[in-house]
Design a protein around this ligand. Structure first.
Ligand code: GLV
Length: 381
């Protein structure tokens, strides 16, 4: 694709996506909650971690492959769940899943996706992971889990840090809504994004594919925040994790752990993995950065439960840093969403390839030949 020719880093994809995607949806993906302190801390604390340059090691044969949740991956990342991916680019979940699978990494579909579980399952050849939000209607939650089983999803990623929604000011200011609201202001903005109009507005999927027709009150929902407020269950607690575990037979991942005590409780549930995460700085503003919480959690519970990581990963160097601090793999969110907004499936592939090359070169320059060799010793003191 011509427009990807000069793209050399995730930041280039971000700039391209900003031009191509209507403002409300670009901003939705990019924003953090409230003053965005935690959003900024996620990046700032990553950049403060220095890698240890090593020389004169034969690094001619290098391999970025590893396993996550027992499955082989070509590099230690998975595409994390992002709501409304299909409004960044038409059929976005299908395209991102295809790009992930062709690159040899897992894709996680969000409960709040635009394509439905069945749409994606019908369009891809390999299983994907499904992220679950627990809603008040437990019958509906059970039916979602059953649909994920029927679609042969290979892992369930239970998000536990969004019982209530952290406010993102920009979404309110933009009047973010699903389906997209066709007010004059938005139409003017969309008119300058012809490819988005062709792929989303003229496409057939505009609303939450997993919920539409299943959930009462979906039809007249105005804003995401309003809907989340009315449907998400603030009573969610550790007992519910047991219940989910009893109805889901496959691998279970608990996403949204930032505190050591919670990590210990997560390990006790018998889940297969946890994700150290502050929801990309989108929930509790003022919380520590995700990367600053990782090492302690990995040290204490890493032998009992697989520890994954997300929050601010924008490069292969970041993946290397997170693995050095004990993560088994990283979920990437915005990094691939920018690729998707920039150029659809080719853009997601580009995002993954950028991270792959950066990780490969950074491993070489830190004197490492395989992911298994990465450790605390990979960091400069
Ligand atoms: C939902 O997961 C969001 O962060 O908006």
């Amino acid at each position: 694709m011509r427009e990807l020719k000069n793209v050399t880093c995730i930041e280039d994809l971000r700039k391209l996506a900003r031009r191509k995607v209507p403002r409300a949806f670009f901003d939705y993906a990019e924003a953090g909650s409230y003053s965005e302190e935690t959003l900024r801390a996620n990046r700032r604390d990553f950049e403060a971690i220095k890698l240890r340059q090593r020389v004169l090691v034969d690094v001619s044969a290098r391999d970025t492959a590893t396993t996550i949740l027992g499955g082989k991956v070509s590099l230690p990342i998975a595409l994390g769940p992002v709501a409304m991916t299909g409004l960044e680019y038409g059929d976005g979940e299908i395209l991102a899943c295809r790009a992930a699978h062709s690159a040899g990494v897992p894709f996680t579909m969000s409960t709040l996706s635009i394509c439905s579980i069945e749409d994606v399952a019908a369009a891809v050849k390999k299983p994907f992971w499904f992220q679950l939000y627990v809603m008040k209607d437990r019958g509906f939650v059970r039916s979602l889990v059953e649909r994920a089983i029927a679609a042969k999803c290979s892992a369930l990623v239970l998000t536990v840090d969004l019982q209530v929604l952290g406010q993102r000011h920009i979404d309110i200011k933009n009047g973010l809504s699903v389906p997209p609201s066709l007010k004059i202001k938005n139409l003017i903005n969309m008119a300058s994004k012809p490819r988005w109009v062709a792929s989303v507005l003229l496409g057939k999927r505009w609303t939450f594919g997993n919920l539409h027709g299943y959930v009462k009150g979906m039809e007249d929902v105005r804003s995401l925040a309003q809907w989340v407020g009315s449907q998400f269950d603030p009573t969610l607690n550790w007992k519910d994790v047991e219940w989910i575990k009893s109805i889901w037979p496959g691998k279970l991942v608990i996403k949204g752990i930032l505190d050591l005590e919670d990590a210990k409780l997560a390990a006790k549930t018998g889940a297969d993995a946890l994700v150290v995460s502050n929801h990309g700085g989108r929930q509790l503003d003022g919380a520590p950065s995700s990367i600053s919480a990782l090492a302690k959690i990995a040290d204490v519970v890493g032998s009992e439960i697989e520890v994954m990581f997300d929050g601010g990963v924008r490069s292969g160097q970041d993946v290397l840093r997170a693995l050095a601090l004990g993560a088994r793999g990283c979920l990437i969110g915005r990094a691939y969403i920018f690729g998707l907004g920039a150029a659809g499936e080719a853009g997601v592939k580009k995002a993954i390839e950028i991270i792959r090359k950066e990780l490969d070169v950074s491993m070489a320059l830190t004197g490492l030949k395989s992911v298994q060799e990465i450790g605390r010793h990979t960091l400069a003191q």
